[in-house]
Design a protein around this ligand. Structure first.
Ligand SMILES: [Fe+2]
Length: 252
């Protein structure tokens, strides 16, 4: 069995102008909770937006991330700077040459971390990333978790769905019948679950600020105060179970 803590969207700023709680403190609180678990997770997967777009580089983020109590796999989001990310996290993962995707073994599971921010900043995949994924899935016998920053599925919220996810159908065709048994993402700053491409697929709440929910799309999409939280995924031969752990409570 693999036990994976998914932390997402800390949006670490370097100007102290966080609109609500301090995400670096929330990240350290999550690390403390993970370190105190009776069965410690095998790894942390950080599903993007490690820094906020307002930040200049990763110098403020790296000392916090180095305090992770278990191996941490960093993924980029649309707020991250691809060139700066590649330099900052050199040696943390074996990134593909022309995007920041990678694979990593976590216990008896394979993590497939797929970079879903296109060069122009839109969500989705291009030929290079689809070919990279097809190549990995073609060889994979090991049960695999696919992690992305952007959810490839429709969330039912117009603000998130309007930009679309380029080549979501091609991704779905690659996944169906493959070794992928679970799909996780971030970006929504909110817990959402659905079945997509035959897999339980979800987004995690943010370590940083929340985002407003408007099912009609009529209300503005804006940062809101929300308890930081992370997900814990237990994936074994009999299936997967996921938990949401909020950080505004006593250690659970
Ligand atoms: Fe985000």
């Amino acid at each position: 069995m693999a036990l994976i803590a998914q932390l997402s969207d800390p949006h670490l700023r370097d100007d102290g102008a966080d609109p609500f709680h301090d995400p670096a403190e929330a990240l350290l609180q999550a690390f403390a909770q993970i370190a105190a678990m009776e069965i410690k997770p095998d790894a942390i997967v950080l599903t993007g937006d490690i820094i906020d777009r307002s930040a200049k580089g990763y110098a403020h983020a790296l000392p916090v991330l180095h305090r992770a109590p278990v191996p941490l796999w960093p993924m980029p989001g649309n707020h991250d700077d691809p060139a700066g990310f590649r330099i900052a996290f050199d040696g943390w993962a074996d990134f593909a040459p022309d995007h920041l995707s990678f694979i990593a073994p976590i216990a008896d599971l394979q993590l497939i971390a797929l970079d879903s921010t296109l060069e122009d900043g839109r969500p989705g995949l291009d030929r290079s990333r689809l070919d990279w994924l097809a190549d990995r899935l073609g060889h994979a016998q090991t049960p695999s978790m696919l992690a992305l920053h952007h959810p490839p599925f429709a969330t039912g919220t117009p603000h998130l769905d309007r930009p679309g996810f380029q080549d979501a159908d091609a991704l779905s065709r690659l996944i169906e019948g493959s070794a992928v048994c679970r799909i996780i993402a971030g970006h929504s700053h909110r817990a959402i679950q659905t079945i997509w491409a035959g897999c339980l697929s979800s987004t995690a709440s943010a370590i940083g600020h929340g985002l407003s929910l408007s099912l009609s799309g009529a209300e503005p999409h804006k940062p809101v105060r929300m308890a930081p939280a992370f997900d814990l995924h237990a994936i074994g031969p009999k299936g997967s179970v996921s938990y949401q752990i909020k950080l505004d409570q006593e250690p659970q």
